[in-house]
Ligand binder design. Sequence first.
Ligand code: HMG
Ligand code: MG
Length: 296
Amino acid sequence: MEKVRIVEVGPRDGLQNEKQAIPTATKLELIERLAAAGLRDIEATSFVSPKWVPQMADHAEIMAGLQRRPGVNYPVLAPNLKGFEAAVAAGVTEVAVFAAASEAFSQKNINCSIAESINRFAPVFEAARQHGVKVRGYVSCVVACPYDGAIAPDKVAEVAARLHDLGSYEVSLGDTIGAGTPASVLRMLEAVATKVPVAQLAGHYHDTYGMAAANVYASYQFGVRVFDSSVAGLGGCPYAKGATGNVATEDVVYLLQGLGADTGVDLQRLVDCGAWISEQLGRAPQSRVTRALLAK
Ligand code: HMG
Ligand code: MG
């Protein structure tokens, strides 16, 4: 059976843009329910500036409160050495740095140019090697940017290659505003795959235009075997106005199960988790699969 790794980003990407205060205990229970549903990679929080992203200000409490399960990874975002050091002090063993393929988005998101961001990441990779910490790299705006419009696939390939060469064990390709279609995502993947092996790529697709599941399918056919998703389709990006959450994890699991792939996830438990967190946030689950199964 073909194995597919799902990186659950709900507790981070899903919650980072929430305006309402979410108790740390609720975030911890979400992470625990996700692990109980079989997810093995759960992005737990971000070690970014609390002035920029207030919802992730409780990062140290999250790491301290985790009931770590054997075999489960709890990566976090770290934009610079300061974030990396705080993460390691909190017991983190995997971080993700995040660059963009668009200059304007890089400025809005992390307050520096693409080249400057790479310069800031270099010491993070160096420190990570010393601490035995794994580093994942993200590229945002792999299809389009909310400020600069369409992004050239070659530009995505160039940034992905930089992150790969610096030492990312995997590069996650973010369609931040969910504007991609299977055609544009495949053009992007073809360019990136000339620089980074497909086995080290992940698809990170937001669902703003309802294309994310189609983009997962196209990427799977291309050979990608790692996908980022968010339970109940939670989320949005603080620096991409109007962008909705990631593709819902429930929908990705259902799609991949239909293809005969093994995700290791118990769909029913995941659906229960999606219904639970949606209730905590006072809204309906965005996952079509969850809605369908709850209506049964
Ligand atoms: P800056 O203001 O340029 O940084 O922010 P600075 O180095 O000049 O520092 C300014 C202040 O921030 C200082 O504090 C620093 O100590 C503090 P002050 O002296 O003013 O009190 N600071 C920090 N505090 C906590 N943790 C840190 C840290 N670094 C500096 N790590 C910075 C630069 C990157 C910090 C800022 O722009 C930031 O935090 N941005 C947040 C970006 C973010 O979290 N965006 C959302 C996640 S990315 C995403 O969602 C896309 C993704 O899902 C893929 C996709 O969908 O495309 C991954
Ligand atoms: Mg994202």
